[in-house]
Ligand binder design. Structure first.
Ligand SMILES: Cc1ncc(COP(=O)(O)O)c(C=O)c1O
Length: 370
């Protein structure tokens, strides 16, 4: 098997801890346990036996995940995974076979696309369009359906654009998936990080063959817990769990324990409010800065700590990003690594002065290429 390089993750893994200003992150600056647990809970955690726990996630945590979605679901519709990354991996591994086709939204995080192609699956990329405010033209999606279509995979809120799918497009996608009798895989790891504070509609439960993956890394500012989940039919969850025996067995018991507390209704709301306030503040700052930098055209995102800026420069996205990284010690991500050339992604979720420091360095770089 010839595995494709996951360019986005590789470039981040190699350089995110080396640069002075890492603006390649798509999440909000991480929280500390001392900020989110009471002192009684902190004491309790020190006295907790570190069991394996439940390999599919504790019933308590799975119930908290159910509470985020629709009451029609039960804990048997949930599998706790090691980040949404594992949840995505399981969806591809359990449902697709060489020769199958998937319709894949781009630009994207590309984990699913790289992985599927590596497994011999045909990936038909379907771009969302900036001239449609980063929506799909449903005719483009329909045109890609064939008898071999086994899955439509979307990312909503979208990484890297921060766009939300409109109701009309969501309804259309559900209809197309039903007509094709195929899986609908929705990566919703940025749900909860909407700039207007209103959680967007989820695909959870949309069809019997819908899989929704999410986790605590982005909107909840807790990537270090490595805590994600998959929501789907009982049959799907049971099959994914049986593959999860081979991947990580289960999530660290401590992460499950902390996540069960984080997802208590009031605490969850408090964390998501913090996310919203922080993102609004930093996005205003970024947009003010961008007004004086014609090298970028920024469409204001609706969610997540990211925006995908059109690069008004003859440089390729990688040339731009490598130059900036090597000469000014700032890391952005290149449109190429998201499946769309001509753009770069800014992450603005880190503390405001840090983001501003990175932007100042980018201004210095831009002066040299004008
Ligand atoms: C769209 C998307 N899905 C999944 C992941 C993986 O996140 P995690 O495994 O931390 O939940 C990322 C990380 O950036 C992402 O952007």
């Amino acid at each position: 098997m010839n595995f494709e390089i996951f360019e986005l993750e590789r470039n981040q893994s190699l350089f995110e801890n080396e640069v002075d200003f890492n603006l390649s992150e798509s999440g909000v600056h991480p929280l500390k346990l001392s900020e989110i647990l009471t002192s009684d809970e902190q004491d309790e955690i020190l006295e907790t036996n570190l069991f394996y726990g439940y390999t599919n996630g504790t019933p308590e945590l799975r119930q908290r995940v159910v509470d985020i979605y629709t009451p029609e679901l039960s804990i048997e519709n949930v599998l706790i995974t090691s980040g949404s990354a594992e949840a995505n991996f399981l969806a591809v591994m359990t449902q697709l076979e060489p020769g199958d086709e998937i319709i894949y939204m781009v630009p994207n995080y590309l984990q699913i696309g790289h992985l599927a192609r590596s497994f011999g699956i045909t990936v038909k990329e379907c771009p969302i369009r900036q001239d449609l405010a980063w929506q799909w033209d449903l005719d483009d999606v329909k045109a890609l359906v064939t008898p071999k279509t086994k899955m439509i995979a979307v990312c909503n809120p979208n990484n890297p654009t921060g766009a939300l799918m409109s109701d009309e497009v969501m309804d259309g996608v559900i209809e197309i998936a039903q007509d094709a009798n195929c899986w609908l895989l929705s990566d919703e790891v940025y749900r909860g990080a909407e700039l207007d504070g209103v959680e967007c509609r989820s695909f959870a439960g949309a069809t019997d063959k819908t899989i929704v993956n999410a986790g605590l890394s982005k909107a909840y500012s807790l990537p270090g817990l490595r805590l994600g989940w998959s929501v789907g039919s009982k049959e799907y969850i049971s099959r994914a769990w049986s593959f999860h025996d081979y991947t990580v067995i289960n999530v660290a018991y401590l992460s499950d324990w902390v996540a069960s507390r984080i997802l208590e209704s009031d605490r969850r709301k408090k964390i998501l409010n913090r996310t919203k306030d922080h993102l609004n503040h930093n996005l205003n700052m970024l947009c003010d800065w961008a007004k004086n930098e014609p090298t970028f055209t920024i469409t204001r995102p609706q969610a997540a700590a990211i925006t995908f800026a059109k690069l008004n420069s003859p440089m390729s996205s990688e040339e731009f990003v490598f130059n900036l990284r090597d000469n000014y010690s700032v890391l952005l991500t290149a449109g190429k690594w998201h499946g769309m050339e001509g753009y770069v992604r800014f992450g603005y979720g880190t503390p405001a002065d840090y983001v501003q420091g990175g932007l100042d360095r980018i201004s210095d770089f831009l002066k040299t290429i004008k």
